[in-house]
Design a protein around this ligand. Structure first.
Ligand SMILES: Cc1cc2nc3c(=O)[nH]c(=O)nc-3n(C[C@H](O)[C@H](O)[C@H](O)COP(=O)(O)O)c2cc1C
Length: 200
């Protein structure tokens, strides 16, 4: 048991990143953290836009009881796992919008030295998974947080696409099965382990 406090923070329109985040939550609890907070990023898209996509509408309803992320969650955490879909290689506006509220914490140095790792998804195999993680990591660098990417530190990564920036999937093409879960678990374990070393 370590004394690492882990926040799993995700945005998902149609469920993929919600699934990755759920695996990360489970892995975090098994990694001997002192506590795991599971948080979704607030949906800010207009109702009409959501209603045009049946899967989006269904996911919004299915996840309505999940607690939304707050600034307190960021400050509280020693380690953070983000999971986010691509939007043309960028972050979704929902997550960027949340990041745009972190100026106060950032300017006081209260986001520095957190250990952070990201996961992503796109609809195409080369649809922007790496670029999206780089977009995420730019903010993390500005916070002064510490990025722990998986690299090629476990055999399973070669069987799930080998994205060294962070675990990622191609929605509708990659199987969200045991190997994917193992890769997520490895990434979470590594992140928690690094946070524990830093705290020690
Ligand atoms: C506005 C918008 C832009 C997107 N841009 C891309 C893209 O450039 N390439 C791609 O492969 N997928 C793109 N996608 C697809 C999403 O990334 C994909 O549906 C997502 O990874 C699924 O994650 P989720 O189920 O967690 O929402 C885009 C989706 C939307 C709504």
């Amino acid at each position: 048991m370590s004394n690492v406090k882990l926040a799993v923070i995700y945005y998902s329109a149609t469920g993929t990143n919600h699934q990755l985040a759920k695996w990360a939550e489970e892995a975090g609890k098994n990694a001997g953290t002192s506590e795991v907070r599971f948080r979704k990023v607030k949906e800010i898209a207009p109702k009409e836009a959501i209603a045009q996509n049946e899967n989006w509408q269904k996911h919004v309803e299915a996840s309505k009881d999940i607690q939304e992320v707050s600034l307190d969650d960021l400050e509280w955490a020693d380690a953070i796992i983000f999971s986010t879909p691509t939007r043309y290689g960028n972050l979704p506006s929902q997550l960027q919008s949340f990041f745009d509220t972190t100026g106060g914490l950032w300017s006081q140095g209260r986001l520095a030295n957190k250990v952070v790792s990201g996961m992503s998804s796109a609809a195409n195999p080369h649809g922007g998974q790496e670029a999206t993680l780089l977009s995420l990591y730019k903010t993390i660098m500005h916070w002064g947080s510490i990025i722990v990417a998986p690299g090629y530190t476990n055999e399973v990564l070669f069987e799930v696409g080998g994205n060294p920036y962070g675990f990622s999937v191609t929605q509708g093409q990659d199987e969200l099965g045991e190997k994917a879960k193992k890769a997520v678990t490895h990434q979470v374990n590594r992140t928690v382990e690094m946070a524990a070393k830093l705290k020690a």
